[in-house]
Design a protein. Structure first.
Length: 377
């Protein structure tokens, strides 16, 4: 069974790691950029993204790290652990946390684990990429909400209640019943609040999102989404969801995904349009970016498209796909890909008349504000 990370990337291979002095972003960066959902995927490698349970000592490739640094990204929320598939969720998740701990120790010149908002700022000042550990499911908790305590102690800072289908915590965006937060989901939210872990509702159904936002004692996030008012697809959020999250002090990240356009082929202009709509609904203090992709460009687009068609079919067969995932569409915005994606977005926002202070909020400052509110300084 294939989750989004496998769809986006191939397995990275070991290679020599250049020193920080060789990296194009080694100098102090001007604008703080936080990707609320992304990763270190390599779309040009054979399979997986190097976080499969058995790949316990697979370092990130030199190119992937170099591209992440070159993008200017100060921090990124990476998906670890079980999303879907045949592996035991708790075991897979613990293995992947251990793997990423090792990967960060293997590249201390380029990567830093993020536990607090201050860690993001330190990574930015040092020219490193801060790595935020996040989940896109709660299946690894099993029937025990107190496992959230264990994962918080291991450094997990973002936990999404559901993926696309329903689970024990609530309904995902593709669950036909659009159910609300379950009793177990309420217990999970309580434990996440107690451990100062972000409650992410990115893949949730509308009712689950609205109920979770009201149940949580801390602001929630929708780290990677679009606006349903512009494109009526289940993975996008209604104005009611966006508005409630903002009113309660939360954060909304706009993704670089095909769901931003009714044709399922999105452009940079679509990303800007969804950011602007989110600002109109939420206010400029609650909107940022969560690309749902990496910073390494595709070298062979024909081969990538062929592999993507197989992955879409596998996701549909497994019941984890989303409406808007079509065989000939890409799981990213082609004209906002590669290491230059953030610089291009900044230029587009400037062209649209957005002032520097607002752009800085969108690109990272709003996420840091939100992180400070949830995690502490």
């Amino acid at each position: 069974m294939t989750d989004r990370r496998t769809f986006l990337a191939g397995m990275v291979t070991a290679s020599a790691a250049p020193s920080i002095a060789q990296q194009p972003s080694a100098a102090k960066r001007d604008m703080l950029i936080v990707n609320a959902l992304g990763g270190f995927s390599d779309p040009n490698a054979p399979r997986g993204d190097g976080v499969a349970p058995r790949d316990t000592r697979t370092p990130l490739s030199a190119r992937v790290v170099k591209d992440a640094l070159a993008s200017g990204m100060s921090a990124v929320n990476v998906t670890l652990g079980y999303v879907a598939g045949p592996d035991e969720p708790f075991e897979q998740t613990v293995r992947e946390i251990g793997l990423f701990d090792w990967r960060i120790r293997n590249r201390p010149d380029a990567l830093a684990k993020v536990l607090t908002a201050a860690d993001i700022l330190r990574a930015h000042e040092a020219g490193r990429v801060g790595v935020i550990y996040g989940f896109q499911n709660t299946a690894m908790l099993g029937d025990d909400a107190t496992r959230a305590d264990v994962f918080a102690d291991l450094g997990v800072r973002v936990i999404q209640l559901t993926y696309n289908p329903a689970n024990k915590a609530g309904s995902g965006s593709m669950a036909p019943e659009n159910g609300g937060v379950t009793d177990f989901g309420r217990a999970v939210i309580e434990r996440l609040n107690a451990n100062r872990v972000m409650v992410d509702l990115s893949h949730s159904g509308e009712r689950t999102c609205l109920e979770a936002a009201r149940l949580s004692q801390q602001p929630i996030s929708i780290n990677h989404t679009g606006c349903r008012a512009l494109t009526d697809l289940p993975r996008n959020k209604t104005d009611a969801e966006l508005r409630l999250v903002a009113e309660r002090g939360g954060f909304v990240g706009i993704y670089f995904m095909p769901f931003l356009n009714p044709t399922s082929v999105a452009s940079a202009a679509d990303v800007v349009a969804h950011i602007e709509h989110a600002i109109a609904v939420c206010g400029e203090d609650h909107v940022g970016i969560g690309t749902d992709g990496g910073t390494t460009a595709v070298d062979d687009m024909a081969a990538y498209r062929a592999a993507g068609r197989k992955e879409i079919a596998a996701r549909r067969a497994a019941g984890i796909g989303a409406k808007g995932e079509n065989p000939d569409t890409l799981p990213f915005v082609e004209d906002l890909s590669g290491p230059g994606q953030f610089r291009k977005l900044i230029a587009l926002l400037e062209r649209r008349g957005h002032k520097a202070a607002r752009i800085e909020k969108i690109m990272g400052r709003n996420f840091v504000r939100y992180a400070r509110d949830v995690w502490g300084a």
